[in-house]
Design a protein around this ligand. Structure first.
Ligand SMILES: NC(=O)c1ccc[n+]([C@@H]2O[C@H](COP(=O)([O-])OP(=O)(O)OC[C@H]3O[C@@H](n4cnc5c(N)ncnc54)[C@H](O)[C@@H]3O)[C@@H](O)[C@H]2O)c1
Length: 668
């Protein structure tokens, strides 16, 4: 398709003449059929909802077609309206329109739907089984049209994928405000989501899917590498590293696919089980996992050899993770570190597969007999935990990796509770590792995308970021020296590790000072013509972005971890300090109703306005969360917020006083 035709299609929006029906693309990974959840009356409502995007004269053709989609897939995706243009992040100059900021958002949306990136591209799902960018193709087309039309005096509002419209605003306002899955709390149970999504009125935006900030598995490689390195430090008896040690986990999907690569970077042996052959071989062909083994005896032999030779190798096991944990127990294969990254935030709709049943059978059962499917899942979870417990009794360090494993296992009645009956037997990686070592100091998954799509620009930005960090490290306090060193090591190896899938993007954990100085240095380089525009962002999974009691805020112990003020404050604060777009979601990461998470995107264009905005917004974006963590009496955060106040006289944060336990104990 020519550039002109591409631009025309974006500007056209929903075409006035019906496009031809397209063949179902069997080469793509498709979303499983969603379970039947609507009554006949509700199906009528879903149809009416879908048809409101189209002129009445087209309804007689579209109504039966959409009803058929609902029957076959459990959702109306409007597949006929899939655009003809290829999905990928182009050079920002290729996008039509009046606003450079709006063009950067189009670029990021297309990246989230890139076939190399998205888990189920035709169903507009980026990752995590149900993390949607839009609910249907009409929403995509309408949104792109609005973005091509808008000026820097307007703001577009998106309600769970639906572009409500353009509203007058001003140049410092966000160009887009996104909300996903924001329902009334009492109606925020998993089945409510299924229903509202089937009706076409709400969607699950995950964290970076519905906020246009996904950068492929690289985003999580860094976080997983840090987690493994620090997990390794926890189990290290004599200061030895991870060489020859075994990490066992599951999932080679959107985010979980990063685990073997992170294992290699951290220098251990990893075994990652995956039930879906498409996912396994995609990651293998992309070089994200070294070897694929399909037989348990071969797997044991290979792992023993790797241990003997202290190899750094990542092995995919094609099959169910429960079989691996059980087999390694029988064969006495010692596991040093263990975790799981199946999509347990979404256990009833394909996030976690039962043991002993083929993938196809399981997919069939999920739609035809959801009750039996649920029983099988819970049975599998109980077996899964029983096998993990046998290993931890031998010394394995097991941690929950933010996929609701502990929560769902407890709901399934697995032997997962600690003796106090309140806490789980195992910690989440945030409680033990990420919270105290990173988030409380303000370190989190900062990222950027080179909007020219040029690899040279990414190389330049890597170099600039590394120089900035090295300068900062020279005067960093001892408390954060390890963090700085890990991050410098990461950015130095980033080019060599070939992490780019999709847009020319980079993730780099940094604290407020690092983020601001790196962003300002990029903006200067853009002004000087050294590089083109850059989009800044971060995962919602960060210091301030996410209130999630079993994950990001699991190391908050003042009772406030079930509140969501921080995430809401965060997004509101970002929006008036200069973010190009902001988003707030219900449910990202661990499931609907379980978390509120927010984030931002910001275009750096080399202007003085942008320099002003980035300093104000990034300072708030990190220190908002540190303040809350400090108020919860987390020592590392108290240290970090006092340090921030020393550098910024306008920052005044309420610092907690510590009550004496002996005094409290005399009272109760
Ligand atoms: N810790 C973090 O920082 C972090 C970040 C992002 C996502 N997550 C969470 O991690 C989970 C995975 O995310 P994702 O994007 O990779 O999801 P995904 O659905 O793309 O991948 C999960 C994979 O697990 C496989 N799987 C399911 N059950 C299995 C089983 N019993 N045995 C072996 N394989 C099985 C699936 O086939 C799938 O490919 C989600 O719950 C997500 O919310 C955590």
């Amino acid at each position: 398709m020519t550039l002109e035709a591409f631009r025309k299609e974006l500007k056209e929006g929903i075409p006035s003449v019906l496009p031809a029906i397209q063949d179902y693309d069997t080469s793509l990974n498709h979303a499983p059929k969603r379970k039947e959840i609507l009554s006949t009356e509700e199906k009528k409502l879903a149809l009416k909802n879908a048809l409101r995007y189209f002129p009445v004269e087209q309804h007689t053709v579209l109504a039966p077609e959409f009803a058929e989609e609902m029957k076959n897939y459990g959702r109306i995706y409007m597949l006929r309206f899939k655009p003809k243009h290829k999905m990928y992040a182009r050079n920002i100059t290729d996008y039509p329109g009046e606003s450079l900021q709006a063009k950067s958002i189009m670029l990021m949306i297309q990246n989230n739907l890139d076939h190399a990136i998205a888990q189920h591209p035709d169903e507009l799902i980026t990752y995590g089984g149900n993390g949607a960018v839009f609910q249907n193709w009409a929403q995509y087309r309408l949104c792109m049209q609005y973005l091509t039309e808008m000026t820097d005096e307007q703001t577009l509002t998106i309600y769970s994928g639906h572009p409500m419209g353009l509203y007058p605003s001003h140049k410092d306002a966000p160009r887009v405000i996104v909300t996903n899955g924001m329902v009334i709390p009492n109606y925020s149970k998993p089945d409510d989501l299924e229903k509202l999504n089937a009706l076409g009125v709400s969607q699950y935006g995950q964290m970076t899917a519905g906020s246009y900030m996904y950068i492929g598995p690289q985003g999580i490689v860094h976080g997983t590498t840090i987690t493994l390195l620090n997990g390794g430090r926890k189990i290290s008896k004599n200061g030895e590293g991870l060489a020859g040690k075994l990490f066992v986990t599951a999932g080679l999907g959107g985010m979980s696919g990063a685990q073997p690569k992170a294992g290699n970077i951290a220098g251990c042996i990893s075994v990652t089980a995956e039930v879906n052959t498409k996912a396994t071989y995609t990651r293998h062909s992309q070089g994200w996992v070294d070897e694929v083994i399909t037989n348990l005896d071969d797997l044991c032999a290979r792992v023993n050899l790797a241990k003997k030779n202290k190899e750094v190798v990542s092995i995919a096991y094609q099959g169910n993770i429960v079989d691996v944990w059980e087999k390694f127990d029988q064969e006495n294969v010692y596991i040093d570190l263990g975790s799981d990254q199946t999509s347990l935030h979404n256990p009833w709709a394909g996030g976690y597969y039962p043991v002993g049943i083929s993938l196809d059978e399981a997919n069939e059962m999920m739609a035809s007999n959801p009750d039996l499917f649920k029983e099988k899942i819970q049975e599998t979870l109980r077996r899964h935990v029983a096998a993990v417990n046998k290993h931890t009794a031998k010394g394995t360090y097991f941690f929950d990796y933010g996929n609701a494993f502990l929560l769902e296992a407890s709901r399934a009645g697995a032997d997962i509770m600690a003796e106090d009956g309140i806490n789980f037997r195992y910690a989440s990686y945030v409680q033990d590792i990420m919270g105290p070592m990173c988030f409380d100091y303000g370190f989190g998954p900062f990222r950027w995308v080179c909007a020219t799509a040029k690899a040279e620009d990414l190389e330049q930005t890597d170099r600039i970021a590394c120089e900035v960090l090295e300068e900062i490290m020279k005067v960093s306090p001892v408390e954060i020296q390890q963090q700085m060193a890990d991050n410098i090591r990461w950015i130095k190896g980033a080019q060599e590790n070939k992490l780019v899938v999709g847009s020319q993007a980079r993730i780099l954990y940094a604290d407020a000072e690092g983020r601001i100085k790196i962003a300002a240095a990029f903006n200067k380089a853009i002004k000087e013509g050294l590089i083109g525009p850059v989009v800044l962002g971060r995962d919602h999974h960060d210091v301030s972005g996410t209130d999630s009691p079993y994950r990001e805020t699991s190391n908050i112990y003042d009772g406030s971890r079930y509140t969501a003020d921080m995430a809401i404050q965060n997004v509101i604060g970002d929006s008036f300090r200069g973010a190009t777009w902001v988003s707030i979601h219900n449910g990202g990461g661990v499931g609907w109703g379980e978390v509120i998470n927010g984030g931002f995107g910001m275009l750096l264009d080399g202007t003085d306005d942008t320099d002003r905005r980035l300093r104000s917004m990034l300072f708030w974006d990190v220190n908002n969360g540190i303040s809350r963590r400090s108020w919860a009496r987390n020592d590392e955060a108290v240290f970090a917020i006092k340090r921030a106040m020393a550098t910024e006289p306008l920052l005044k944060v309420t610092i907690p006083n510590y009550a004496d336990d002996d005094l409290i104990n005399t009272i109760y």
